[in-house]
Design a protein around this ligand. Sequence first.
Ligand code: ADP
Ligand code: MG
Length: 253
Amino acid sequence: MPSTSTRGASADVMISIQHLSKSFGATTVLRDVNIDVKRGEVVVVLGPSGSGKSTMLRCINLLETPTGGHIFIEGNEITAKRTDVNKLREKVGMVFQQFNLFPHLTAKKNVELAQIKVLKRSKEEAARIAREQLERVGMADRADFYPAQLSGGQQQRVAIARALAMDPHVMLFDEATSALDPELVRDVLDVMRALAAGGMTMVVVTHEMNFAREVADRVIFMEGGVIVEEGTPDEVFNNPKSARTRDFLGHIT
Ligand code: ADP
Ligand code: MG
């Protein structure tokens, strides 16, 4: 039997979620969720509203405290008592539906801030990395714009650049395109595609079925706080095992 602190430490496992449960008071939102995400793997999580997708992602960087179970990131148990939450969050970048940029800071300053405050990088280094990351998401020419001067899609790309500037080992996306006008979705998905192609480990909650088909290595369908089905995109989309998955995909595509 491996000891608690080394379970999930296999070199190619980036995230190991073991028997995760989460309740809010009497409401159980996640029940015995088990997922291993390999290094470089892109896992897309699908499921109806209220199925626990956001809560699951938020447990991975301890924005929510799990009620039960264990989560390991690169072999380190983050659910252990002594976890340094700030160190953990440096490794796990998260992008939300709402971009949460600081409205009084330019795009560039938004990308610099946590590098200086959290990683203690010099102003010069933070500025250099901000330029690189804004370039990477196609926003170099908007570096001096304030969020209000940017479209939703542009703001979201700045938010992605901000997360990438922290050198995360994993990126979590929670419906990153759901708040965007349809014509702005593509640019953000293209950035996510490029990240995936570059080998980033990603867990992506989305309703973008084409993205899931094309980019996911694995698709997980959740409902009622449990994993109902998982498999390759081909397995889940073309040959779903459960009636619930078929029903969900039938409604959404
Ligand atoms: P999804 O992202 O799949 O829509 P969520 O993880 O946001 O689902 O929510 C799952 C369930 O947990 C919902 O029923 C929601 O109302 C409940 N929930 C989420 N956050 C809280 C909270 N902070 N307090 C109480 N209930 C919550
Ligand atoms: Mg959600």
